[in-house]
Design a protein around this ligand. Structure first.
Ligand code: AMP
Length: 396
């Protein structure tokens, strides 16, 4: 069943309550500055559509960070409200709390048009998918819109339970739909050769995704700390590189499942004696006992470039090294350039860190799709569905 979109909805003079993913990174030193506004910018087409179609009120809601059910000014949506007001050229009223007593009154005022509810996660009920909390939120709208792809894998009140109160009046926003379409293109009808690149640090988080991908891809490139459990499982020395016994077990099970020899692993590394230490190139796939791998090496970059050369579909999640430190960012930046340069390929990058890297590299507009949801895209690849999307189609 196809998603019902906001473009199918009768919006004129309606009060709309809409869930967005405004979970943006804030500047470490100044929490009033948004470090990367992409998630808000990508939601603007939905917001503008709703306003252009003449909604009477737009009540927006989102979470920011992990305040763990408690009010914490460090996670206030105030910078988001200010940025939205600037982008829309209209007042955006930030409420004190997501279920503030004054909100209903605010909604009766003619001059009030755009409201942003304060961080949903100040309330423990949000993450508990609490039905009463969802009911309180639902009262603010005649219809409900979900454009929060980055939160669509969460069974939370504003994403899941709230649908119960909008029978036939729940719609997907334009960004949510775009994200799902991009992933469907990769999962259902990938043009071959299909190459997936998986990096980052947490094998256990990505194991199910890798198990799924290994069936449909032509090659599965592994980089970052993800590579060491695979190398260790193959009996290659990895020195002091990040690697747990549990991850080696998981890597072993994937190596056994890799009957088509699709896995592509690093053949050299950038190593150092300590985290943050001066890097040097390892001579081989092996890492000396006193060293740790912190990035892929030059021969590996060349090898991955060769593997990607003819790709027509590319899916990338996770950096190739500790790219936050410029000394170990070469592998990740090289991948940005290689994938951005593929002619006629459909290229999708997902996952907070790899998306940050692509944005930093300046190549983001050369990718076919830059996803706003790391966890959500991994779960969609693994399961082919997300709770927040399923509920929009079929109800609670
Ligand atoms: P993930 O959330 O699984 O995508 O992991 C991203 C994190 O992996 C980033 O913070 C990287 O610094 C880290 N990472 C990538 N490669 C390595 C490595 N070789 N050693 C340690 N951490 C790494």
């Amino acid at each position: 069943m196809a998603l019902k979109l906001i473009t199918d909805a009768e919006l004129k003079d309606k009060r709309v309550i809409a869930r967005f993913d405004f979970n943006v990174p804030l500047d470490k030193n100044d929490k009033s500055i948004i470090a990367d506004t992409s998630r808000i910018d990508l939601a603007l087409p939905t917001i503008k559509h709703l306003l252009e179609q003449g909604v009477s009120k737009l009540v927006m809601m989102s979470h920011l960070g992990r305040p763990n059910g408690k009010i914490n000014p460090d996670y206030s949506l105030e910078p988001v409200a200010n940025y939205l007001a600037e982008k829309l050229g209209e007042d955006v009223i930030l409420t004190e709390s997501a279920v503030d007593n004054g909100i209903k009154e605010l909604l009766t005022l003619r001059e009030t048009k755009i409201i942003l509810l304060q961080n949903l996660r100040y309330h423990p009920e949000e993450e508990a998918n609490d039905e009463d909390f969802a009911r309180e939120l639902s009262v603010y709208g005649d219809l409900y819109v979900n454009d929060a792809f980055g939160a669509a894998h969460r069974k939370h009140a504003s994403v899941f339970a709230i649908n119960k109160f909008f029978n036939g009046q729940a719609y997907a926003g334009l960004l949510l739909n775009k994200e799902i379409q991009a992933l469907d293109k990769i999962l259902k009808t990938p043009t071959k050769p299909f190459v997936a690149v998986v990096g980052g640090a947490k094998v256990s988080d990505k194991i199910k995704t890798i198990e799924k991908l290994i069936v449909s891809v032509d090659h599965l490139i592994i980089g970052g700390a993800m590579a060491y459990p695979f190398l260790k499982a193959k009996g290659v020395a990895i020195g002091n590189s990040l690697c747990s016994d549990e991850d080696v077990k998981l890597a072993n099970s994937i190596l056994r499942a890799d009957r088509g020899n699709k896995l592509v692993l690093p053949i050299d590394h950038m190593v150092a004696t300590e985290f943050g230490g001066k890097p040097s190139v390892s001579d081989s796939q092996k890492i000396d006992d006193d060293k740790m791998g912190l990035d892929i090496g030059p021969k590996t970059i060349a090898k991955y470039s060769e593997t990607l050369k003819t790709a027509k579909t590319v899916l990338w999640n996770g950096p190739m090294g500790v790219f936050e430190n410029p000394d170990y960012a070469k592998g990740t930046m090289a991948l940005c350039e290689i994938i951005a340069g593929l002619e006629g390929a459909f290229t999708l990058v997902g996952g907070g860190d790899s998306v940050n890297a692509v944005n930093q590299s300046g190549y983001s507009d050369k990718f076919s799709h830059v996803s706003t949801g790391g966890g959500a895209s991994l779960e969609y690849i693994e399961k082919g569905e997300l709770p927040g999307v399923r509920v929009l189609k079929y109800g609670v």
